[in-house]
Design a protein around this ligand. Structure first.
Ligand SMILES: Nc1ncnc2c1ncn2[C@@H]1O[C@H](COP(=O)(O)OP(=O)(O)OP(=O)(O)O)[C@@H](O)[C@H]1O
Ligand SMILES: [Mg+2]
Length: 228
């Protein structure tokens, strides 16, 4: 039975080196995130933001404490369980990780085709969803371009389209607007806000960008591995 909060974290600690107490990056983190909530995570460089986000997304293991994501404590989850979990999460990173030999539209399609329910659908339906996402991010005119022919901001928007293609229950974004100009940043952040409000996605965004703080339901600050 899935609990109501998609994210429940209690006394979570993390060290990069098990033997070295000085490598402790997260120190007894307590955090709950509700459905439909947009949280902004701030803090100085090196305060542990990315570490926390990658733990929440099942991209990193070895933490101690309680880390419940979508109803399951993943602290001791195995590799297969983490693979399954990651499919239910939309990741947006600063390095966009687009596949260079695929076009923008095909890169978005990859975001759908990892899901069984989308693989069963007609190609026309998949294509329609890709077009819709390209339009949402104001990139309809770039669907056939390969990543090398897109600007950094356009690549970032394509990676965002891929991450949200299947409307994941949780979206984790690490500096999603860092490479974007003001208008593109606004498109992206309003889209994430809309997903939170209309689809009840839980959105957690790491940012230093003061312009987007207004969109947050809650702002959380990390300092020396602690939420303050
Ligand atoms: N693979 C690693 N091995 C050892 N230490 C690491 C590793 N990755 C990160 N760290 C350390 O953990 C601390 C937290 O790093 P993290 O990347 O979570 O910070 P951050 O808050 O995301 O910073 P930034 O705003 O610069 O991205 C830093 O002191 C960093 O040097
Ligand atoms: Mg970081």
């Amino acid at each position: 039975m899935q609990s109501k909060k998609p994210v429940k974290i209690k006394e979570l600690t993390y060290r990069y080196c098990k033997e070295d107490p000085h490598s402790q990056v997260l120190n007894s983190i307590e955090l709950e995130v509700s459905k439909g909530e947009l949280i902004i995570l701030t803090g100085a460089s090196g305060s542990g933001k990315t570490t926390l986000l990658t733990l929440m997304g099942g991209l990193r293991t070895g933490a101690k404490g309680y880390l419940e994501i979508l109803g399951k404590n993943i602290v001791s989850a195995n590799r297969m369980e983490l693979v399954e979990l990651r499919k239910q999460i939309g990741f947006i990173f600063q390095s966009h990780n687009l596949l260079p030999y695929l076009t923008a539209q095909e890169n978005i399609r990859v975001g759908l085709e990892v899901h069984k329910e989308w693989r069963r659908k007609e190609m026309s339906e998949i294509e329609e969803r890709c077009f819709q996402l390209l339009e949402l991010l104001e990139l309809s005119h770039r669907g056939n371009f390969k990543p090398k022919d897109l600007s950094i901001g356009q690549k970032q928007r394509i990676s965002i389209a891929r991450a949200i293609a299947n409307t994941p229950e949780i979206i984790l974004a690490d500096e999603p607007t860092a490479s974007l100009d003001k208008d593109s940043a606004r498109i992206v952040i309003s889209l994430l806000k809309e997903l939170a409000e209309t689809k009840q996605c839980s959105v957690i965004i790491i940012t230093h960008d003061n312009k987007i703080l207004d969109y947050a339901d809650r702002i959380i600050k990390l300092e020396n591995g602690l939420i303050i």
